[in-house]
Design a protein around this ligand. Sequence first.
Ligand code: SAH
Length: 397
Amino acid sequence: MPEDVFVKVVLKPGKEQSVRRLHPWIFSGAIRKIHGNPAEGEVVEVFSADSEFLAMGHYQIGSIAVRIFSFQQVKPDTDFWNDKISKAFAVRQSLQLAGNENTTVYRLVHGEGDGMPGLIVDYYNGLVVMQTHSIGMFLIRDQLAAAISKLYGPALKSIYDKSENTLPFKANTGAKNGFISGDLARVEVQENGYRFLIDVTTGQKTGFFIDQRDNRQLLKHYAAGKEVLNMFCYTGGFSVYALGGGAARVDSVDSSEQAMELTRQNVEANDMNNGRHNAITADAFGYLSDIKDTYDLIVLDPPAFAKHQDALNNALQAYKRMNAKAIEQIRSGGIIFTFSCSQVVSRENFRKAVFAAAANTGRHVRILHQLTQPPDHPVSIYHPEGEYLKGLVLQVE
Ligand code: SAH
């Protein structure tokens, strides 16, 4: 059999440094020459200016030209991808997520953090949602789905591909969301023993914000007897935990009527209402302007305010304004869980925005916890960009 021949991408002198440090991206500006004309998503080999082999990855037109999946010369065949998926699974097993009866929802593959840039795979109690963010991963989705099926065996009922809105639209992939196997769209999952009903076909992201699991658990420990505001509640994750932790009252707020419906459903599914829960459809900024001394515990978990670098300043201003409203009006001794999931907002910038918000109010504010994403959303130490979720737990005197 003839050996596979891959297009060679040669870097400018010196640009091999970051690849040698195992950073998984090659920016287009680092490339001196491409030998051939690779199609988007094609596998390419990356060489230094001195013709030394560096890495293999998926090619794509755009600022990130190559997303590296191996720093060795390999055959990216079925065995290769099976092995990658199995390794990711082994990590989730060691975290006691895979096979855990109380938590049946977790992230199986977290892109760069699992050595698979461009691929997100979430497990929802027998249903898997794949989301490709690169053309290369999109093109091999059947191979990836086969690896996932092999891993779970008959326990896996469906695989849903939700890549329609995560691929660059200019690439014209024609990607449509749909089932690769099975047709199970709605599932009930458990997270730390709480029940959530999830529809992966309609929900945001892959259906549920799995990344807040540990932070919700922490919130639960602060909730007893408290009057709680869960702003940007979406599926009501934080609300369910707050009620579970014995909150006196929880007001869940989101601007989306659909989100409020999901929250109501999930509160019901856990049999927790007892008149303690209020579902309120409202805009955050309007709602937050009139909450003086109403709450002891406030959760602020907004959508990414900045998706791109050029929106950074506006995003930081928005974080500042929003946090200022909460810090200013929360009851004395109150606790605020505040988050940013914008990848372009660094931990330091987020903290500065919250600092500026606090300083404006003049109240005494302590940081009790500094939060991040859970270990099934791992960050490659060579790719700090992968750390996107930042949170602070504040105590306001
Ligand atoms: N905290 C949630 C995830 C939040 S996702 C969880 O743990 O699952 C962000 C949510 O913010 C979405 O549900 C979206 O509908 C809502 N949202 C976006 N803009 C808003 C606004 N201006 N006011 C209120 N809610 C908003």
